[in-house]
Design a protein around this ligand. Structure first.
Ligand code: PMP
Length: 406
């Protein structure tokens, strides 16, 4: 990989050069979705201009080419995540679908009445609700793992909650609301001692830190392409090889079968078993291009840059009167969720929008995490490799003007 500079990354991303409400765009809503480099946009255009075909079926040149592209995407995801082989990767619509897939395909067949699913209070709704649905269906129990005042997963409580009843532990590798990066490797090793399986939600991690699923020890790892500079509608699930035989069909249809008759239907091997119907082929093409783009930069340098940007932003935000940052975990990605005295979060976002600055306001699909701080809503600035300290300065200046105007 080449050296990294945010200016180089910015040059590649056309949308960062538009204006919003008469101001150059400052995109600080990367936690919701990331912007796309031209390499991704051009890959999509090239695919539809010259290579579009369905895959796996039909013995013609373009079907073969599309199949090769799709499988190259699988290989790229496997390498990107440090997985054992491409066969450990199944494509899904995104993090949410991949989690629901695991709940349906694996959870339904293993979960027994009284089994426990440990879910940190920090989790995104998409890593809570599928487990509640599964628990209702199987008479298992969802057990919340509490947070410390800093917004870290309470490790003592976690250790105490683990037992022979624990069937599954789920953990976000990085929180979308507090930025917290929990000690996933240690938590996973501990869960395994009790025979529990671990699902790691990488939605907020993949764009911000090098990932190695084998080192993490994850049994399942899920992420969304759109938070990784790729299109929406495509994401992936990694399954540890030994999990393959435990997976049951969850959606039936084409591609996931070996043969169908009214007497007996047999199924395709993993990972195709989990990919019923025509997949998001162009999405995989875009994901492949996004991974190539990100990997063209030194990943450690990207992570170090974002950490420095976060330190800078944290210090700068502290100078805004009445501003309070939520959460202070020791390990964090570049996410700053905050409240501003005298203003509700929606009007803060509105004000910033008038200056061309995009932040999110709301519950961030993490109501239990906000409730931990007695909040229903907050504003969030979330950064990516193409953001700069000048943009932080613009954010802070705009917030200061808002306070001065009030
Ligand atoms: N988990 C986390 C930690 C997230 O940040 C998000 C997206 N905000 C999701 C899951 C859900 O991702 P998606 O909507 O792409 O399925």
């Amino acid at each position: 990989p080449g050296a990294f500079s945010p200016e180089q990354a910015r040059k590649d991303v056309p949308i960062l050069h538009r204006t919003v409400n008469g101001h150059p765009l400052v995109w600080l809503d990367n936690g919701a979705t990331t912007q796309k480099p031209r390499q991704v946009i051009e890959a999509l255009s090239a695919y539809y201009s010259a290579a579009n075909s369905n895959i796996h079926r039909g013995a013609h040149t373009m079907a073969r080419e599309a199949t090769e592209l799709y499988e190259a995407g699988r290989t790229a995801v496997a390498e990107f995540l440090g997985a054992e082989s491409p066969q450990t990767i199944a494509f899904a619509r995104g993090t949410t679908e991949a989690i629901n897939l695991v709940a349906q395909s694996w959870g339904r067949s293993v979960m027994e009445p009284g089994d426990e699913i440990l879910v940190p209070v920090l989790e995104h709704h998409s890593n809570i609700v599928p487990w509640q649905l599964l628990a209702q269906e199987t008479h298992a129990r969802v057990v919340p793992v509490p947070l410390t005042p800093e917004g870290e997963i309470d490790q003592k409580a976690y250790t105490d909650l683990l037992s022979a009843r624990t069937q599954l532990v789920v953990i976000s590798q990085a929180s979308n609301v507090l930025g917290t990066v929990p000690p996933v490797e240690e938590m996973t090793a501990l869960a395994h001692r009790y025979g529990a399986r671990v699902l790691v939600d990488g939605a907020q991690a993949v764009a911000h830190m090098p990932v190695d699923v084998q080192r993490l020890g994850a049994d399942f790892y899920v992420f969304s392409g759109h938070k990784l500079f790729a299109p929406t509608g495509i994401g992936a699930l990694y399954l540890k090889p030994e999990m393959a035989e435990l997976m049951r069909p969850w959606q039936g249809g084409g591609n996931m079968i070996e043969s169908v008759s009214f007497e007996r239907t047999t199924f395709a091997p993993m990972p195709h078993l989990l990919e019923a119907g025509t997949g998001h082929i162009s999405g995989v093409v875009g994901l492949l291009a996004a991974i190539d783009w990100l990997r063209s930069f030194d990943q450690e340098a990207v992570a170090a840059y974002e950490t420095a940007l976060m330190t800078y932003a944290t210090q700068a935000m502290a100078t805004v009167p009445g501003l309070e940052v939520i959460g202070s975990a020791a390990e964090r990605i570049a996410v700053l969720t905050f409240t501003l005295a005298g203003h509700d979060p929606a009007s803060v976002a509105d004000w910033l929008d008038r200056d061309g600055i995009a932040v999110r306001a709301g519950h961030h699909c993490a109501q239990p995490a906000l409730a931990h701080y007695g909040l229903e809503s907050a504003a969030r600035a979330s950064f990516a490799l193409y953001n700069t300290s000048e943009e932080v300065d613009q954010l802070v200046a705009s917030l200061r003007r808002l306070q001065a105007a009030a």
